[in-house]
Design a protein around this ligand. Structure first.
Ligand SMILES: [Ca+2]
Ligand SMILES: [Ca+2]
Length: 390
C-alpha cells in the first residue's frame, strides 16, 4: 500500500507536468548514468536492426555502461532501431536516457526523429515483429548537436513517461547513421520540474527583478538585460547568438527558491524560437556571472517543447525541490535550418524566480486542487475496476 501511495504521488507529479503534445517528458540533459540502470542488468541484452561496419561501433556498445563515440552504436540504414531486452519477465519502467556522445566530443549524427517503443513479448530481439511494439512517445531533434553546447542534442537526455510493464524497449530512428553511445532504462523517476501554469503573469515577490542579469552573448536588439526588466514580449526578450549562449540572473542574496518561470513571448505575439530544449541550472557560488565555470552549476532540470505544441512560446511556471541558490541560468538549445530555413537560437522574454514559502497565486492553488482531485478520482476508478475484475 505504501508503495502504491508513493507511486500515486509520483504519478501525480508526472500528470501535473505533462506538456500538451508529448508523452516523453524531458527530465535532464547531461548528467550521469541511472543509479539503477536496467539495461546493464545481468539478464539484459542489447539488439539492433543493423550496425555500421566501422569499428569500434557495435550493438553491444549500447549497454556497456560507457559513454563516448568509441563506445557507441551507429545505425546502418534509414528506419533502423536499437533496443534492450530485459528477458522473459516484464518489469516496470518509467524513464529512459540516451545520447550521441555524453562526453561532448562528437556532435554529429543526432538530427533525427526518435520513437520510443516497448513490448511485453518474452526475450524480444531484432526479429520481434512491429505489431508487438507499442509506442510510448516520439521526439524530434531539428538539428545535429553543436560543439561545446551543454544543452546540445548530442548530450545524454533523460526522459520520463507514465510507467509500463515491459520485457524490452526499442528506439526507432528515421535517419540513416544516427549514433547512440548508451541506451539506459530505469523505473519511473519523477521529472525534476513540475509544470504549475502555462501563460499567466508575474506573481508577487519575483526575486529576479532585484537580481542582476548576466549571459554569454545576444543578438542585436535582444539584450541580456531584457531578461529581468519586468516586461514580457519579443521587443523585451533575450536571444542568444551562438551554440554556447546562455542567460541567467544573479540573486541579490543567497535564497531558498522552489519555482521559476520563463517563456519566449508571453504576449502571444511570437511563437518561433521556442521549439527545442532549455536546460536550467543553479549555483551556490558567491556573485555568479557569465564567467562562473560550468563545474559550479548544478542541473535543476530541463524542458522540451515540441514544434507542434501551440503553447510552447508562452510563459511556463515550474516548481522544483527547494534549493538554496545565489543564481540561476538557462541554456537553450540552438537550432538552425528550422522554421523557414534560417539560423535560430531560442528566445526568452523574461525569467522569474520565486522563493520557498512565498504565497502562491490563487490559480496555482486551484490547479493543484484540481490535479489532486483528478488523481484521486483516477485512483478510485482503478480500484473500482480492479474490484469488479476480481
Ligand atoms: Ca556505450
Ligand atoms: Ca523582458
Amino acid at each position: 500500500m505504501k508503495t502504491r501511495i508513493m507511486t500515486l504521488v509520483a504519478l501525480g507529479a508526472l500528470l501535473n507536468g505533462l506538456p500538451t503534445h508529448a508523452t516523453l517528458i524531458l527530465n535532464d540533459i547531461g548528467g550521469g548514468m541511472f543509479t539503477s540502470n536496467f539495461a546493464t542488468n545481468a539478464g539484459s541484452t542489447a539488439f539492433a536492426k543493423d550496425v555500421i561496419g566501422v569499428p569500434p561501433h557495435s550493438i553491444a556498445n549500447l549497454n556497456n555502461g560507457s559513454y563516448g563515440n568509441s563506445s557507441s552504436w551507429i545505425g546502418n540504414s534509414a528506419n533502423t532501431f536499437s533496443g534492450i531486452s530485459f528477458g522473459a519477465t516484464p518489469i516496470s519502467i518509467g524513464s529512459v536516457a540516451w545520447g550521441r556522445d555524453n562526453t561532448g566530443s562528437f556532435t554529429d549524427r543526432t538530427k533525427d526523429t526518435y520513437e520510443l517503443q516497448y513490448t511485453t513479448v518474452p526475450n524480444p530481439n531484432a526479429s520481434t515483429p512491429d505489431s508487438s511494439w507499442t509506442t510510448i512517445g516520439t521526439v524530434t531533434y531539428t538539428t545535429h548537436g553543436l560543439p561545446g553546447g551543454l544543452a546540445s542534442n548530442s548530450r545524454r537526455h533523460e526522459w520520463s513517461f507514465t510507467p509500463v510493464n515491459a520485457t524490452g524497449i526499442r528506439l526507432k530512428n528515421t535517419a540513416n547513421g544516427t549514433a547512440i553511445d548508451e541506451l539506459e532504462v530505469s523505473g519511473f523517476i519523477a521529472p525534476k520540474l513540475t509544470l504549475q501554469a502555462t501563460g499567466g503573469s508575474f506573481l508577487a515577490n519575483n526575486l529576479a527583478l532585484a537580481g542582476t542579469a548576466f549571459g554569454y552573448d545576444s543578438i542585436p536588439g535582444h539584450a541580456i538585460a531584457n531578461i529581468n526588466d519586468g516586461i514580457y514580449g519579443n521587443a523585451s526578450s533575450w536571444i542568444g547568438y551562438s551554440g554556447s549562449s546562455f542567460v541567467g540572473v544573479r540573486l541579490a542574496a543567497s535564497t531558498t527558491i522552489d519555482r521559476i518561470a520563463f517563456g519566449r513571448d508571453n504576449t502571444g505575439g511570437f511563437s518561433d524560437r521556442a521549439a527545442g530544449m532549455y536546460l536550467i541550472q543553479y549555483t551556490t557560488v558567491a556573485s555568479p556571472d557569465e564567467f562562473t565555470p560550468n563545474s559550479s552549476w548544478i542541473n535543476l532540470g530541463a524542458v522540451y517543447y515540441d514544434p507542434t505544441d501551440p503553447n510552447r512560446a508562452l510563459r511556463h511556471l515550474y516548481s522544483f525541490n527547494p534549493v538554496t541558490a545565489t543564481g540561476i541560468r538557462i541554456i537553450p538549445s540552438f537550432t538552425y535550418q528550422y522554421e523557414g530555413g534560417g539560423s535560430f537560437a531560442l528566445a526568452i522574454d523574461e525569467i522569474e524566480i520565486y522563493a520557498l514559502n512565498a504565497v502562491p497565486e490563487p490559480s496555482t492553488v486551484f490547479l493543484i486542487g484540481v490535479g489532486g482531485l483528478f488523481i484521486l478520482r483516477a485512483y478510485r476508478r482503478r480500484q473500482h475496476s480492479q474490484s469488479r475484475a476480481a
